[in-house]
Design a protein around this ligand. Structure first.
Ligand code: SAH
Length: 217
């Protein structure tokens, strides 16, 4: 999601109490950024924040943090929170590549990946958010047994994600190639900006819930 340059977006997010622009300083103490102590759920590449704003309203007992690289997009998410004033919704401007510099081991309870960039060239495979390289990073910052939920309209990226699971020693808990045909899964589903657009075009949405393989005890 690239928007045209939004004048003042950088200054806006730097001044907002709801957005962290130096996230590595909060490593190990993200709880203090919220109005309450609660499990931390992360959306990586949150775009304009619609998904998290809806989740935060539905689940006040969870803290939601959206991370996004581009200020032109992130400013829209921050503006949503400036109107909502939820104690459990915050944002950080950062690159997904540096997750382990920003979150301590076990600091995150759940991760959402929604409509992330497909990086179609083979040489960029490690940049794809459901790649084994990223799954290993998630494994380091998640609580034991912590889950990752992934949604996409891109079937090639979805197939890639399924192939990466065993490489990273992860396993699927739910695999669905048409989320909007599954009433049981839809009950907890919050729509993202991209999802709204693709569903409107009649495109099926793929959904994968996964976790690190639980070793034998
Ligand atoms: N999750 C939103 C946006 C999807 S578009 C939705 O479903 O509507 C993908 C988003 O990822 C864009 O907003 C883009 O700016 C962001 N992005 C791409 N690479 C990133 C990276 N390395 N780190 C953080 N955000 C990134």
């Amino acid at each position: 999601m690239r928007l045209r340059n939004v004048p003042g977006s950088q200054e806006h997010i730097a001044a907002s109490p709801y957005c962290e622009t130096e996230p590595e300083k909060r490593k190990g103490s993200w709880q203090a950024f919220f109005g309450q102590e609660a499990p931390l759920y992360l959306e990586i590449c949150c775009g304009k924040g619609r998904f998290l704003a809806e989740h935060a309203g539905r689940s006040p007992q969870i803290n939601f943090l959206g991370i996004e690289k581009y200020t032109n997009v992130l400013v829209k998410a921050v503006q949503k929170q400036e109107a909502l004033l939820y104690p459990n919704l915050r944002f950080a401007r950062m690159d997904a590549e540096v997750l382990e510099e920003v979150f301590a081991p076990g600091e995150v309870a759940r991760i959402y990946l929604n409509f992330s960039d497909p990086w179609p060239k083979a040489r960029h495979a490690n940049r794809r958010l459901p790649s084994a390289a990223f799954l290993r990073r998630y494994g380091h910052i998640l609580v034991p047994g912590g889950e990752v939920e992934f949604k996409t309209d891109d079937t090639a990226l979805f197939d890639f994600a399924l192939e990466e699971l065993p490489r990273a020693e992860w396993e699927a808990e739910e695999i669905c190639r048409d989320l909007h045909a599954r009433e049981d899964l839809l009950a907890d589903n919050c729509m993202t900006e991209y999802e709204t657009r693709f569903v409107g075009m009649g495109k099926p949405i793929c959904y994968l819930k996964m976790h690190r393989k639980r070793g034998d005890i």
